[in-house]
Design a protein around this ligand. Structure first.
Ligand SMILES: [Zn+2]
Length: 371
């Protein structure tokens, strides 16, 4: 995980803190001090943020543990200033499973808020939301309201929020997955535009930032679903590159650079004793060059990527790419290296498939609009 600090391990899942998180803490401290609140109040504000992020971790664990119940492992959980991200190894296509995984996060915050409300009721504390301005005096009240806000914000029916997934899952019970994703993504983007407008009118930069975040997230989700549907039923051999050059682990990086400059390919399978042992991508090559120069070895720069069978389906290849972090996969058939599958190839294949589908859809949609 780049730019992130590993801070621990919960329920077998690594927990990372992104470096920008430090900016948030410094920002919160400065905010209180600049508003003349004094150092003590500033420290209380920072403590509140830290405890809130503890709640965010519990939220992400809610997703992760529910996913585990459905046999989906979580790669890691990373905390960013805008919230946490639990990277599930895959998103289940069964809408019922996706529904439960999506609601499990906000359910945790609702539970925390309920417990806090009971405690406040027990000790005769305050419930008014204006307590948020004075976290030092009304810590538990502030924490309760923030957890309720987290529930509300996350349940907005907009990708990439949990509510967007809930909406998609509910729609997917009645229609196909891609259509459901497109509708949920459109709702998300509509909402993002609305946020953006409100942000502009009220000069609220945070709202503008959220609008952008939601808009981009919705678009990505729609694209992924589209990609998934377009690649359904296409075997790897149809999308792989068949003309490629191989490298050997003891080749120098200088030799790899020559291969890169000589041809159109960016990624090279690495072969040892007739067996594929990994892939050297252009990105990895450039990184290694910057580190070790031309005399470095391919062995130290390559990624150990498991090969995929030529007869396997593209969906399986994507899952493998996602799970392993390999952007290119060597393709084998009967134990022999026969090709290389890169996202670029697949992208090209998709462009062709989309163009063909649009041509087809154009013909099919006209009578339906008229009728
Ligand atoms: Zn969530």
């Amino acid at each position: 995980m780049k730019g992130a600090l590993r801070i621990g391990r919960v329920a077998g899942i690594d927990l990372y803190l992104h470096w920008t998180f430090g900016l948030l803490i410094a920002g919160i401290f400065a905010f209180y001090v600049l508003h003349g609140a004094g150092v003590q109040a500033a420290l209380a504000g920072v403590l509140l943020v830290l405890v809130v992020f503890g709640c965010v971790v519990l939220h992400e664990l809610g997703h992760a543990l529910m996913a585990r119940r459905f046999g989906v492992p979580t790669r890691d959980i990373t905390l960013y200033p805008i919230g946490g991200v639990a990277r599930l190894q895959r998103i289940p296509e069964d809408p019922v499973q996706e529904f439960w995984i999506a609601v499990a996060g906000p359910a945790v915050n609702l539970l925390i808020a309920t417990v806090l409300a009971l405690v406040l009721w027990g000790i005769g504390g305050r419930f008014e939301p204006d307590a948020l301005v004075q976290p030092r005096l009304h810590f538990l009240t502030s924490l309760m309201w923030i957890n309720l806000l987290l529930v509300g914000f996350n349940m907005l029916p907009a990708f990439p929020m949990d509510g967007g997934r809930v909406l998609r899952a509910l729609l997917a019970l009645r229609m196909n997955y891609v259509r459901a994703t497109q509708i949920a993504a459109s709702v998300g983007q509509g909402m993002a535009v609305l946020f953006g407008l409100i942000g502009l009118v009220t000069f609220n930069p945070i709202l503008l930032f959220i609008a952008l975040f939601v808009y981009v997230g919705a678009q990505q989700e729609a694209q992924q679903a589209m990609l998934r549907s377009l690649t359904q039923g296409i075997p790897v051999r149809q999308a792989m590159m068949t003309r490629f050059q191989v490298l050997y682990p003891d080749d120098s990086l200088g030799r790899a650079v020559e291969a890169l400059l000589a041809g159109a390919e960016h990624d090279f399978p690495v072969v040892e004793d007739g067996q594929v042992i990994g892939v050297l991508t252009r990105k990895a090559l450039l990184h290694a060059l910057a580190r070790e120069g031309r005399t470095g070895k391919v062995r130290d720069a390559m990624q150990p990527c498991q090969p995929i069978e030529a007869t396997a389906m593209l969906e399986e290849a994507f899952l493998q790419m996602q799970a392993s972090g390999c952007e290119a996969l060597p393709v084998v058939h009967n134990g022999q290296l026969v090709g290389l599958l890169t996202l670029e190839n697949v992208g090209e294949l998709m462009m062709i498939a989309t163009a063909l589908r649009q041509a087809e859809a154009g013909r099919l949609h006209v009578p339906r609009i008229l009728s």
